[in-house]
Write a protein that binds this ligand. Structure first.
Ligand SMILES: [Zn+2]
Length: 98
């Protein structure tokens, strides 16, 4: 089950975050949007949602690769990822930079 415990969104497992707020409380499984909202509010980050969510690039053979772009606001910095979903559960290229 990959349903966000805060908003109920089913993200299919991609971008889910296990968040522990206090040491003695149970961890919560939340979606990337809820996690970014929580950390952006905590850190005072504004305007963090304005970016392209999808990008397509050609490889050296002229084949298109469509990537889903994600961004997570962490206390230690921002993490970007680009993942190519070939089929429902199959990933092609993936890139991540912190
Ligand atoms: Zn959520």
């Amino acid at each position: 089950m990959n349903r966000c415990q805060w908003c109920g969104k089913d993200s299919g497992g991609h971008g889910m975050v296990v968040l522990t707020i206090k040491e003695d409380e149970p961890s919560q499984l939340i979606c990337e949007d809820c996690y970014n909202r929580y950390t952006a509010d905590m850190l005072g980050v504004e305007d963090y949602k304005d970016f392209e969510k999808e990008a397509t690039f050609k490889d050296c053979d002229g084949i298109d690769h469509c990537f889903q772009i994600g961004k997570k606001i962490h206390p230690t910095g921002i993490c970007w990822d680009a993942i190519e979903f070939i089929e429902e559960d199959k990933v092609g290229y993936s890139f991540e930079i912190h």
